[in-house]
Structure formats: C-alpha cells, structure tokens
Design a protein around this ligand. Structure first.
Ligand SMILES: *Cc1c(COP(=O)(O)O)cnc(C)c1O
Length: 395
C-alpha cells in the first residue's frame, strides 16, 4: 500500500527542486555562441551574481560544479608552497582544503566538531601566532551541508581583523547563497564561491566565483594559474573566453530565469522565506525530539542553518528505514547523512524553490514514517510547524 502517486518532492540539500519556468527556459534549440543573445545572457548572469553575492567585485562563471569553483578560487590567487588555514565545521571546508593540498598548497586545518560552528576566538588566536604571516588565505563555508551548521562569517572577519592578519578571506556560500544574508563587500570577503544547484534553483553544472580587489591583486602574482580557471583569460575581449570554450548554453538559459525569479521575489524576501521555513522545521523537530530518539545535530540553536536541518536519529532505531518509507510510500526524498553522521542522521533540506505546502508535506511524510516504524517521537510536530507559520506569517 502506498500514497505516492503525485508530484515528486525533493528535500535533499542539493540539487534542489528546479522551478518549472527554469526547465521551460532550457527547453529550446542551441544558439550561436559568439555574438547576440547569448552575450546578453552572460552579462545578465554576471551582474545578477554581483547582486546575490552583494559585491561590486568581479564575477566568473565556470562550466563546473562547486568543486570546480573551489579549484578556481585557489588557482587564481595562490602559489605553490603557500600556506592556507582551513576552518572545519563538518565536511566541506576540509574537502576544499584537500583540493589545495593536491595543487601544492600547504594546508593547515583547524579541527572542528560536527556539532558546532567555527570558533572565531580560536581563529584569532591562531592568526595572532602567525607572526611571520605565513598563512595566505583563510577558508570557511558559510553553511556546512554535512553538519547543518551556519558559521558566523562577520565574526570570523572580525577575528581576522583583531589578529591584524592580512590573509585573503575565502567563503564557500554554495549552500547559503540566496538562502540567508550574505554581504561579500560589507563583510570584506575577498573570494566567494557559489554553485547553480542549491539556492540558485538551476541544474548542477555551473560554478561561480566572485573576487574582490585584494583577490584580484593576489591574482597578478599567483603561480597556480592555469588557462581554464584563469581570471585574466576570462576577462579577454571574446565572449568565448568568458567560458574558456563553448558556453554551457542551456544552463545559462536556466540560470538567468532562476535569477529573474529570485529578483522578482526580492532577495531579502527570499532570505526571510528560508528563515520562516527553517523555523517551522525546527518547531517540528523540537516536538519529535520529545520522544528521545531524535534530536538536532547542531547543539546551539542560533547555529542551525536556514537551508537545511540535520536531525540525529538514535542508531538503535535506524534512520534508513525512515527515509526509505518517505520515498516508497510518499514520494518524498529526504537527504541521507554523510561522513561521520552516515546512518545516524537525516538532512531535511528547505533550500531554494520551496514553499510552505512543500515543506509541511515533507515533514508530514517523515512524521508518517516515524509512526509507521514505531520510532518514539513527540506527537503534534506538524501542528507545531503550522502554528509557528500561522503566527509568523500574519494575515
Ligand atoms: C554542495 C556543496 C559543495 C559541493 O558542490 P558540488 O557542486 O557538489 O561540487 C561545496 N560546498 C558546500 C557548502 C556545498 O553545500
């Protein structure tokens, strides 16, 4: 017996639900790549990215996933043997650092837990101890999609300043861009990283980098530059050079439409929608947690991300059967956990193109799964989410 025939619900932290209008915008023949319409698409997206990153700096589009954008950031600003400090809070900063190590960068990782954000005081202390200014860049993710933590980027900026250190500050916003406030220039971030397939509501395949003045200055002497990633090459006069080859046309068709959807809603409204849906999710999880088998992964309530919620499930009960049930019976795909949390947690994404009925439907399907499998949980979780939204979204 199932109740699954109907729309697909994708509640994983990337790729996210693609709006029908974005899919429709992509459904067209290829066009020529040297002049005309496609050039306007490129200009629109490069400008649109400045608006979402909140920067007057330069933006670059790569036919790559987020990992490509990570590599682009390092290759354009650093040299062989340079040292970087990676601030870990789950998995993603660590993996970014690993890419650097293979490129010939000396990587120091500041260890973190999978349950807490990066500690700015520890960053300040480490940078103060770097009297010889050996550390050339500090890398961090705004939202770590493995743990579900949000790092306090302005506080980390303040820690770098308090240490009087001039390392480049690089922030991965792949799981937070257009999901929560981000102010590249306001927070004096030197390099920002984004990707098409999360808050930006487009299929995977575009990696974005924004570079501020200090990063562009470092670029001049960086020796890890290669033709494909190179910013200077991409500033060349030919449209073809913006992509170092054939532009990923259909992804550009989709990404432009997705940016138009975001700007029509208004970026601040998009952030607020994410905050409201995240709070509703947290209201539901708090009720589930009364049964003592489920709990928030992130301990400090203020450090729980607005784009996904990582929920621990006591291993004695098993989380896989919850996810299997949600998919098999309700056609809802909730995220499995990765790394250290594999088999111990689920990741409920509320990222990108998501509204209240989608979220409540997904939460209710998880609630059904908990009931069907007799996993102890407080009852009334869905009502708590609805009650929250009914108050927070006034008539
Ligand atoms: C998804 C994600 C990545 C990786 O992006 P890919 O497109 O899979 O390479 C990197 N960082 C964060 C924070 C992410 O959420």
């Amino acid at each position: 017996m199932t109740v699954r025939t109907g729309r697909d619900f994708l509640g994983i932290p990337g790729p996210t639900t693609i709006p029908d209008d974005v899919l429709i915008a992509m459904h067209r023949p290829a066009i020529q790549i040297y002049t005309g319409e496609l050039v306007e698409y490129t200009t629109f997206i490069l400008d649109g990215l400045r608006k979402v990153f909140r920067t007057d700096g330069r933006t670059y589009i790569y036919a790559a996933n987020g990992h490509g954008a990570w590599e682009a950031a390092l290759a354009n600003t650093l040299s062989r043997g340079d040292k970087i400090l990676v601030l870990n809070s789950g998995r993603f900063a660590h993996n970014w650092g690993e890419m650097g190590a293979m490129m010939g960068i000396e990587v120091e990782t500041m260890p973190g837990t999978w349950r807490d954000p990066v500690d700015p005081a520890a960053v300040e202390a480490r940078l103060k101890a770097d009297a010889g200014a050996e550390i050339k860049a500090v890398l961090v993710v705004q939202i770590d999609t493995a743990s579900g933590v949000v790092n306090d980027i302005p506080a980390i900026r303040a820690a770098i300043d308090a240490a009087g250190h001039d390392a480049l500050f690089m922030v991965d916003t792949i799981a937070s861009l257009a999901c929560m406030p981000y102010e590249m220039d306001g927070w004096r971030v030197d390099v920002s990283i984004g990707g098409s397939q999360k808050g930006l509501m487009t299929p995977p395949g575009l990696g974005f980098v924004a570079a501020g003045e200090r990063a562009l200055e470092a670029h001049k002497t960086a020796d890890l530059r290669t033709k494909y990633w190179d910013w200077t090459e991409r500033e060349g006069p030919l449209h073809y050079q913006k992509y170092c080859g054939t532009p990923p046309e259909h992804l550009l068709f989709g990404q432009r439409k997705a940016l138009e959807i975001l700007f029509a809603e208004g970026l601040e409204n998009v952030w607020e929608r994410h905050r409201l849906l995240a709070e509703a999710t947290r209201a539901a999880v708090s009720v589930w947690a009364e049964g003592a088998a489920l709990d928030f992964n992130i301990i400090d309530p203020a450090s729980r991300a607005n784009s996904l919620t990582t929920v621990r499930v006591d291993e004695a009960h098993g989380v896989d059967k919850v996810l299997d049930y949600a998919l098999a019976k309700c056609n809802v795909t909730v995220g499995i956990a990765i790394g250290e949390l594999k088999g111990k947690a689920m990741r409920i994404a509320h990222m990108g193109y998501v509204n209240a009925p989608m979220l409540i439907g997904m939460l209710a399907s998880v609630d059904m799964a908990l009931k069907a499998h007799r996993i102890p949980h407080g009852s009334g979780a869905i009502q708590a989410a609805v009650d929250y939204l009914g108050e927070a979204v006034p008539a």
